[in-house]
Design a protein. Structure first.
Length: 369
């Protein structure tokens, strides 16, 4: 696949004098920044042009979405960009309408999240033809074939393998498993491939049931479905649940707790503040979850977009590294663990220098509030 990239235009030793306006007569000029050096910053940003960004996400209504959007918005604003965010809350028509509108709006770059269908590929092509830079997350893999566009993903294979390997280890390769999964989304397809491989290589694993639905109230629907399933399967017929999405895991956890069936262990994917609160509860059935920091995902996607706007080389695809979070680790902490202090429990959590260039640090220092 041929990829075209522009060289980064670098400004050497360029300085901009800043004129402060709106100061009262009593303000001291001594506190003003008279000059800021933008040495080795791409020409576009050294000239103070900045950028206008739109983040468009198909799914919504969950903590993961809120953190992803916050990560992209905060990172962009730290660079001096204007960042607008939109979530369609699972409504495909609204999602594609937002992309269509962005084609003619004055945005320099677009981040698209969870565009799983062929229409998203067409939409991305229109955006690039209109001169927009585009980064996509957890979207249709065909997008990676569009020149200049980057397709990012959580390392879904690693996420599934981390959780499933732990399940296999805990049950010595013999367990009756309920599989919570929904087809039609690229991340789910990748996670399902690892699940099938795990079943094939562990003859002692037996799938009892599988189901799942992606909706605005996924956790509620999952809770009801798992509650009904537990009525059909008495103790001894289910050992574990593999939940490929935290919305599934939350619903399953609530159903198990209400039914008093804590002998069933949950192995999930993704994490949020609500998830961490659940997992830390004493005797909670949710034992492990594999995840990538959603806020960091937003940050990295924004950095990639900034590099594109600067004319720098970017990859066609990029996978973010996954971590496994255990209930034992969380409960062993001296304080309640949340998304802010999770890094104190899980080594390397929430930090990455991926695509963070020195010129970005210069801009962040300049625009620091």
């Amino acid at each position: 696949m041929k990829k075209l990239f522009n060289k980064t235009a670098i400004v050497s030793a360029l300085s901009i004098s800043l004129l402060l306006t709106g100061c009262s007569a009593g303000d001291s000029a001594a506190g003003a920044k008279e000059k800021v050096s933008f040495e080795n910053v791409p020409e576009r940003f050294a000239a103070g042009e900045g950028a206008k960004i739109k983040v468009i996400r198909k799914i919504g209504g969950d903590d993961h979405t809120a953190q992803f959007l916050a990560g992209a918005k905060n990172e962009g604003e730290a660079l001096g960009f204007e960042v607008d965010v939109f979530t369609a809350n699972g409504d495909s028509a609204k999602f594609h309408d937002a992309i269509e509108q962005a084609v003619t709006q004055d945005y320099d770059g677009i981040i698209i999240s969870h565009g799983d269908d062929a229409a998203t590929v067409d939409g991305v092509k229109k955006l690039t033809e209109a001169g927009k830079s585009v980064v996509t997350f957890d979207s249709n893999p065909d997008i990676a074939s569009i020149d200049g566009v980057t397709l990012t993903s959580q390392d879904d294979e690693a996420l599934a393998k981390l959780a499933l390997d732990q399940l296999v280890k805990d049950f010595n390769g013999e367990a009756k498993v309920v599989y919570l999964w929904v087809d039609g989304f690229p991340p789910m397809v990748r996670r399902n491939a690892i699940y099938k491989e795990t079943l094939a290589s562990n003859s002692g694993l037996e799938e009892v049931e599988r189901f799942g639905v992606a909706a605005a109230d996924t956790s509620v629907q999952t809770q009801n479905a798992v509650a009904a399933m537990l009525n059909k399967h008495p103790k001894g017929e289910i050992d574990a649940i593999f939940a490929t999405w935290d919305a599934f895991a939350i619903g399953a956890t609530r159903a198990i707790k209400e039914a008093g069936r804590n002998e069933i262990k949950i192995y999930g994917i993704d994490v949020s503040n609500a998830d961490l609160q659940e997992i830390q509860e004493k005797e909670n059935p949710w034992k492990y979850t594999a995840a990538v920091d959603p806020k960091l995902i937003g940050e990295v996607n924004l950095r990639l977009l900034a590099k594109k706007l600067a004319g720098e080389e970017t990859p066609a695809t990029y996978d973010l590294e996954a971590s496994l979070i255990s209930q034992e680790e969380l409960q062993g902490s001296d304080e309640a663990v949340n998304m802010v202090n999770l890094a104190e429990v899980v080594e390397g959590w929430g930090t990455s220098t991926a695509f963070e260039e020195n010129w970005m640090k210069v801009l962040k220092e300049h625009y620091k509030k």
